[in-house]
Design a protein around this ligand. Structure first.
Ligand code: DSN
Length: 425
């Protein structure tokens, strides 16, 4: 067989890039060899539309067991009573929840993308903002913290059908109880999208949204350290709000509405190879070592935020409770885009990010977002964090000094290329 050298040579180059660089994108991580093997397995050959035990194709006995294992492990991990592991991504998971709970044009209330929210929480360029009527809350300008009073005020005035909590760039924990009190007052459904902090929630290092939020979605590839994909969970299968009935006259449960909204509502055949990899990663997350890992992610992030503050950087909200931080670079006289571009030349990867009340466009931005999940998987510890902050600081203070950037790049490689890419055994 002739090897596809173009593609496999590029994969080799990407692997080298991942080994040599300092990976600080808050939504990325490095999966284990076993997660990788499950993804690259023959399960990709199988069609399995439907749910375990209720498929539209023959020969699904084995993938049924795989998918059931993923569901059971996920439910154990989050103490959930029901889960669907088929969403191809976090966006697909959210699309299914919207389809199950809302009618086109219904009002939704989400965290503003420009304050740290997510595209699928009502952005006008996304299905969520085009098909539904989005309203937004944000952070307090002085504190950088979620403005719960604003959520209450908007909710009481506008009576949205759904309140969405969760973020892409918010470094503090959420008050789910307060959001539930607001939602109960107006009979709204709460969707908590925990894509970023899922691993910290599973290991009880952050508040538990399943106690208060009706439906919880997540991606599986960020702090959860699984394959790229999405999930939906509930702890309580609450009555659906629309009185939709089965043919036998019984009310349909929210779980059945959500299952139907994933397939056939928004997706076709599930990716059983990815579901197998999800099952492997949930198994890993149930081990005690994973809790140690998540604790290190959190303490590495807290230390990193402190190191940046000591060097005169402004962190939105002043610090972090989770794996990530949002840095406002305006006091350093550099845009997010220029910082990202200069850092990438030193093989340090971050992403430019809008900061609350940003005056730059999303293509330029005034900030960068940094996360510690990926580097902690590589084995970076508390001794290394001040060194990494110093490397970043050198580049940000000298973004056009190519000689200095080359020196930082050498230091980056020296720090990283002795650490294994996959540390999980
Ligand atoms: N783009 C992802 C992130 O980086 O947070 C969310 O979809």
């Amino acid at each position: 067989m002739i090897r596809d050298s173009l593609v496999f040579d590029l994969i080799k180059k990407e692997k080298k890039r991942q080994i040599n660089g300092i990976e600080l994108i808050a939504s990325e991580n490095f999966v284990s060899d076993e997660v990788l093997s499950a993804m690259g397995s023959v399960l990709t050959n199988k069609y399995a539309e439907g749910l375990p035990g209720k498929r539209y194709y023959g020969g699904c006995e084995i993938v049924d067991k795989v998918e059931n294992a993923a569901i059971e492990r996920l439910c154990e991990l989050f103490d959930a009573k029901w889960a669907n592991v088929q969403p191809h991504s976090g966006a697909q998971a959210n699309a299914a929840v919207f389809l199950a709970c809302l009618k086109p044009g219904d009002k939704i209330l989400g965290f503003d993308l420009s304050h740290g929210g997510h595209l699928t929480h009502g952005s006008p360029v996304n299905f969520s903002g085009k098909l539904y009527s989005p309203l937004f809350y944000g952070v307090n300008k002085e504190t950088g913290l979620i403005d719960y009073d604003a959520i209450e005020e908007i909710a009481m005035k506008e009576r949205p059908k759904m309140i969405i909590c969760g973020a892409s760039a918010y470094s503090r924990d959420w008050d789910y109880k307060r959001i539930r009190q607001i939602a109960d007052f107006i009979d709204a459904v709460i969707l908590a999208d925990i894509s970023h902090p899922a691993g910290l929630i599973a290991t009880k290092l952050l508040n538990d949204p399943l106690d208060y939020c009706h439906i919880v979605t997540s991606t599986t590839h960020k702090t959860l350290r699984g394959p790229r994909g999405g999930i939906i969970m509930m702890r309580n299968n609450f009555d659906n709000p629309f009185g939709i009935k089965w043919k036998n006259g019984n009310y349909r449960s929210m779980a059945s509405l959500l299952d139907a909204a994933v397939f056939p509502g928004t997706q076709g055949g599930p990716l059983e190879h990815v579901i197998a990899a999800k099952a492997v990663s949930f198994g890993e997350a149930l081990k005690p070592e994973y809790k140690n890992y998540m604790s290190s992610v959190k303490s590495n992030a807290a230390l990193m935020a402190n190191c940046f503050v000591e060097k005169g950087y402004k962190i939105i909200s002043g610090g972090t409770d989770n794996h990530s931080m949002l840095i406002d670079l305006r006091s350093k006289g550099i845009t997010g885009k220029d910082a990202e571009d200069a850092l990438v030349k030193a093989d340090i990867t971050v992403n430019k990010n809008m900061v609350p009340f940003d005056t730059e466009s999303p293509f330029v931005t005034s900030g960068i977002r940094i996360g510690t999940s990926a580097i902690t998987t590589r084995g970076i510890n508390q001794n290394d964090i001040p060194i990494i902050v110093e490397l970043i600081n050198k580049v940000i203070e000298n973004p056009t000094n190519q000689e200095l950037i080359n020196q930082v790049k050498n230091d980056t490689h020296e720090l990283m290329n002795t650490l294994p890419l996959f540390t999980w055994k």
